[in-house]
Design a protein. Structure first.
Length: 500
């Protein structure tokens, strides 16, 4: 049994620890002799070191992020940085900023500290702090195992949590950044504990992330007595910090229309961070549903258990996230053609299966608004590709499977009064002509996958004919929709939908 345990430990990815970062930093300094040039990255601490001369400004450079220093109990390591009138400063000099300093290494008159006569200080990307350890990134199976050994939920929800951790790439043609929104709503038979259980599980994962990656209102932290020099210092988040994550800080927020505090609303709307936001109520118009790549409806509680292995490997997980973002940073329209065709088929299938209720859910301002859901789905596809390592056709099939699961949940778990309200709104929108209503749905399907939302008249008529409408009737329907103000023609032969 002992041999088996040893083998398991040998196969496990070694954890990336603060101790290793400190040792690597010291090795870099030890390899460089006094008087030689060196280039080194670290977090700047705006505190004067002991015995600092008066011939310049002296600060400290730490190999550890300030949040890691708070819990680090081993011997510290610093590099003293001297700044004078000849130093070129291209970076923001604020405490906790991640910078690259280059210059000449020298001795410093205090213990074993070394001194850098800084020739230049330039900004460094916080992601590089982690990408230096790319060999310690988790494999796909290691990440999957860590999540499934920590959170016990449906297969789709577990996958969505992994995708949200990896964030979403920028999609050309949209105004969003590289955040991600995972929301969870209480289903028809679920109790309040259903959303609370998801919140608690997500809050546990969030608590393991470094302070620098947590979206917080308080932008300043503090280290009391660093343990080596006896100094206290304050620090803020690096300006190039990389992905940020947010989970509601108290359960009262879960009752809000948008489970996000006012100070974070703009960040939420622009997708400047990843929001993991359960919501107690369920309405197809809620922003937490509208802007979520994965708007889940929860039918049973989620459970989790504290996972020591996950806690140890969180730094490795962050390396994995940074490398995934580097590998797939942007999705271009030409990469989404296969996805567009599958998405149109998905919409058509659900219109046939669920009728007016699905039509109502796909209109403007609803959770499955075709145009919005298409763009959010493209982002989700990018997150899935980050996990797999590349974009592929089987991934598109998996994505449509997730959206089918979400559609079934929303249709089946919405209260009857909500369904009736939606259908009435839809009928008021399309009037009594059911065929015209179906034609609008088909137009919305086509429009969703077009970058500018424009569909040619011929293409629309062809889609109506394919649906089973005679060509003459199809042409008549198009003319009526234009005349009645549902569509307009910005250019000859080009049609756009008028939003309600």
């Amino acid at each position: 049994m002992e041999e088996l345990i040893k083998l398991i430990h040998l196969e496990r990815k070694p954890a990336l620890t603060p101790e290793r970062k400190v040792k690597d930093f010291l090795k870099t300094l030890q390899r460089t002799k006094n008087g030689e040039d060196i280039r080194v990255r670290g977090f700047i601490i705006l505190r004067k070191p002991p015995n600092a001369p008066r011939d310049g400004i002296y600060y400290l450079l730490s190999p550890l992020a300030p949040s890691e220093m708070k819990s680090y109990r081993e011997p510290r390591a610093y590099l003293v940085v001297k700044i004078n009138e000849d130093t070129r400063i291209d970076a923001r000099i604020q405490p906790g900023e991640y910078v690259e300093a280059e210059g000449i290494l020298d001795a410093y008159p205090f213990g074993t500290l070394r001194l850098l006569h800084a020739r230049r200080i330039s900004p460094a990307d916080y992601s590089e702090y982690w990408k230096d350890y790319r060999s310690l990134a988790l494999s796909k199976s290691e990440l999957e195992n860590l999540v499934s050994d920590t959170i016990y939920a449906s297969y789709e929800l577990e996958r969505a949590i992994m995708y949200s951790i990896l964030t979403a790439p920028f999609v050309v043609g949209t105004n969003w950044l590289d955040g991600f929104t995972l929301s969870g709503f209480k289903g028809l038979d679920g109790s309040k504990n259903v959303t609370l259980s998801l919140w608690e599980a997500l809050k546990y994962i969030y608590s393991l992330l470094p302070w620098e990656m947590q979206l917080r209102r308080d932008r300043w932290g503090e280290v009391k007595d660093d343990g080596l020099l006896g100094i206290d210092f304050r620090f803020t988040r690096p300006s190039r910090a990389g992905p940020l994550y947010y989970v509601p800080h108290n359960k009262t927020l879960l009752e809000s229309e948008v489970p996000v505090p006012k100070w974070a609303l703009k960040t939420f709307e622009k997708k400047e961070a990843t929001f993991l936001t359960p919501r107690a109520g369920i309405r197809p118009e809620d922003e937490a549903a509208l802007l979520a790549e994965t708007p889940f409806v929860l039918t049973e509680p989620v459970s989790y258990e504290k996972n020591r292995e996950l806690e140890e490997l969180i730094p490795n997980l962050i390396v994995t996230v940074m490398l995934a973002r580097e590998r797939l940073g942007t999705l271009n329209p030409w990469e989404l053609k296969d996805y567009g065709r599958k998405f149109e088929s998905f919409l058509a299938k659900n219109r046939r299966e669920y009728g007016e209720l699905f039509d109502a859910l796909t209109l403007s301002g609803k959770v499955f608004n075709a145009n919005l859901r298409y763009r959010l789905g493209a982002r989700l596809l990018g997150s899935m590709a980050r996990l797999e390592g590349r974009l592929s056709k089987p991934l598109i099939t998996d994505l449509i499977g997730i959206y089918q699961e979400l559609t079934d949940l929303w249709v089946n778990e919405l209260p009857e009064r909500e369904k009736l309200r939606l259908v009435r709104e839809y009928e008021r929108y399309v009037g009594s002509d059911k065929l015209a209503g179906r034609a609008l749905g088909i137009f919305a399907d086509l429009e969703a996958t077009r970058k500018d939302g424009t569909v040619s008249r011929e293409e629309f008529i062809s889609a109506l004919v394919e649906y089973g409408i005679a060509k003459g009737k199809a042409e008549e329907i198009v003319d009526n929709l234009l005349r009645e103000g549902y569509l307009y023609e910005p250019l000859q032969g080009k049609l756009r939908l008028i939003r309600w």
